[in-house]
Design a protein. Structure first.
Length: 266
């Protein structure tokens, strides 16, 4: 992932100035990804673009706050259990997940497919829920918290179709800088936008023998994206005819569930 230390496209005049120390501390936590359990100050500096002296101060603070643990043998840091508790609090407190998960599970069981719910984070999509009931063994196992590229996936392309124009333009600029065959990909992304606005969903097959469909799900001011996927040798067109109605019906069920959901404090 390309680091985006100033990826705040929603800044509005009149807001209080951002707390730079807090932002930098969050960048340290963001540097930890699957496959990088332990990171030293040097690696953290390289991943975040911060100076080693700044990283050293921040890691000490994060250890004191219970967000990082120091491995004294390796002289490196790992995420502390408190980080996981934040994730749990987010999942259990999400009204969207509470409304969506039962319907997602029902569809996954009925069709024997994979059903997911994701949200954007910078230039990636993050799975909030992933229910896997594929007919065939999938090439990858997707779990909650897993990230996927925005520009390659049906999830990301569905999000881009309804994102604000400034955010979309900035993201497209970023993708153009890092993708070698950008012109072809740009055409695919723009076709996906057209499909979302015309049909309500888009489709992509960015991995061999895996076809995925996605549709945006806007809740208040937040854009989520629902997807269904299946491991198959069939074409995108065939899978779309089979699964698109079920995906769009799922989105409608979730919207209805959110409307009738009991208000908090009632």
């Amino acid at each position: 992932m390309t680091e985006l230390p100033n990826f705040n496209l929603d800044h509005k005049p009149g807001r209080s100035p951002a707390n730079r120390s807090l932002e930098r501390g969050i960048e340290i936590l963001r540097a930890f990804r699957p496959g990088s359990e332990l990171l030293g100050n040097g690696e953290l500096a390289e991943r975040t673009g911060l100076s080693k002296s700044t990283v050293s101060r921040l890691t000490q603070t994060l250890v004191g706050a219970g967000m990082l643990q120091l491995d004294s043998v390796e002289r490196a840091y790992r995420l502390a259990p408190a980080v996981l508790s934040l994730s749990h609090a987010m999942r259990t407190g999400s009204r969207v997940l509470q409304a969506a998960t039962p319907h997602m599970r029902e569809l996954a069981l009925q069709k024997r497919i994979n059903v997911g719910l994701a949200a954007p984070d910078r230039d990636e999509m993050v799975y909030l829920e992933s229910i896997r009931y594929a007919k065939r063994a999938a090439l990858r196992h997707v779990v909650s918290g897993q990230r996927v590229p925005m520009e390659l996936t049906s999830l990301g392309r569905a999000y881009l179709a309804v994102a604000s124009q400034p955010r979309r333009a900035r993201l497209m600029e970023l993708f153009a800088q890092r993708r070698r065959h950008w012109r072809k990909m740009e055409t695919e992304i723009k076709q996906a936008w057209a499909d979302v606005h015309a049909k309500g969903y888009c489709a992509a097959a960015w991995q061999p023998e895996v076809v995925a469909l996605a549709t945006p799900l806007q809740v208040d001011d937040v854009i989520y994206v629902l997807n269904v996927s299946v491991s198959t040798e069939e074409s995108i067109a065939v899978v779309s005819r089979e699964l698109a109605p079920a995906l769009l019906e799922l989105a409608q069920k979730i919207r209805h569930a959110l409307i009738v959901q009991e208000p908090r404090g009632a």
